[in-house]
Design a protein around this ligand. Structure first.
Ligand code: NAP
Length: 299
């Protein structure tokens, strides 16, 4: 249980509702900021105005999936107020407290470093990335269906990268009957892709593999679908770029050639906010529970 643990949860979207629900189930003392328009109140949860004072006794400040933007603004769906995280807030936080978010931009990293407050980025954790790959692959499949005039069954697909997202993407496509080629750079990944029944190739081969492709799903966060690759794609091809912004596609050249190329960030929060919220809530409560157990200073 999290009895006596003080959590301030600032901003966010529908995913944070699952987090609030889980924290209250575990009896944490939860203060929420930026939820003025939330109709369904959570019993025992206090709504507060955004100020440094509410962070004086906090054990964890929970921020949305992307902690803040480059100016410190915390994204909020349930209020018109602007929430900005500044030096004044971090200065008030106890040194033993944590900031927990999905992923942090340099602004938040620097602020936490400056005030020696631990920053936890949930999306960096393997378990969270693997769980998140499920709604990501489902969302990408949905986009593929929406943006093609053929079935995914029987289509020729390429998945670039066999990491946590690429694996699930390739398996999901295979499960609906697509022919799946996988672009990798390591021998182990090549062998694993072969073992799983995909057609593996090494990345320098990409342009040569592009000839008869209906769909490319990219998970590699670097420029990989270059003009040279796009030039080889048939005009019917569709690129779905899942890698974090700015993606790994030469979008300018794709547009020039008339090839559909879509950058698709944040799919879990879009296609399955409840599941995505549960994934965050599970991981976050596990971290706070473990921290609480290690400190052994709570009932
Ligand atoms: P990951 O597990 O680290 O996988 C990345 C893959 O890219 C690995 O297979 C890696 O190969 C490969 N790679 C990296 N640089 C490469 C290069 N220069 N050449 C060839 N291969 C390269 O990461 P992930 O968790 O799958 O996430 C992948 C991307 O998707 C990230 O940008 C992440 O932010 C994004 N993402 C997007 C969504 C969404 O909704 N769109 C959801 C989740 C994640 P090695 O194994 O050889 O290192």
């Amino acid at each position: 249980m999290l009895t006596g643990v003080q959590i301030v949860l600032a901003g966010g979207d529908a995913r944070q509702l699952e987090v609030i629900r889980r924290l209250t189930e575990l009896d944490a003392t939860v203060t929420i900021v930026g939820f003025d328009r939330l109709d369904t109140p959570f019993s025992g949860v206090v709504k507060a105005e955004w100020s440094a004072d509410i962070l004086k006794q906090v054990d964890a400040l929970v921020l949305p999936a992307v902690g803040t933007d480059d100016e410190g603004i915390i994204s909020t769906l349930f209020t018109d107020q602007e929430l900005k995280l500044t030096d004044a807030h971090l200065a008030e936080m106890p040194k033993t407290s944590k900031v927990i978010t999905g992923m942090a931009k340099p602004y938040l990293r620097k602020l936490c470093e400056k005030y020696h407050v631990e920053l936890i980025e949930l999306f960096e954790r393997d378990d969270v990335a693997i769980y998140n790959s499920i709604p990501t692959a489902e969302g990408a499949l949905m986009m593929a269906i929406q943006n093609t005039d053929i079935t995914i069954h029987g289509s020729n697909c390429i998945v670039l990268g066999l990491g946590r997202t690429g694996f699930t993407m390739a398996r999901t496509l295979q499960a609906v009957g697509a022919r799946v080629k996988v672009g990798v750079r390591r021998d182990e990944a090549f062998a694993r892709a072969f073992e799983m029944g995909f057609e593996p190739f090494y990345m320098p081969e990409l342009a040569r593999q592009a000839g008869n492709i209906d769909l490319i799903f990219n998970t590699i966060p670097t420029m990989i679908i270059t003009a040279q690759v796009i030039a080889q794609l048939p005009l019917r091809a569709c690129i779905i770029d899942l890698a974090s912004k700015p993606g790994g596609t030469d979008f300018r050249f794709a547009e020039k050639r008339g090839i559909k190329a879509l950058l698709a960030p944040g799919l879990p929060g879009i296609v399955a906010p409840k599941t995505a919220g549960r994934i965050i809530a599970n991981s976050l409560t596990q971290i706070i529970l473990e921290d609480n157990r290690l400190r052994g200073n709570r009932p």
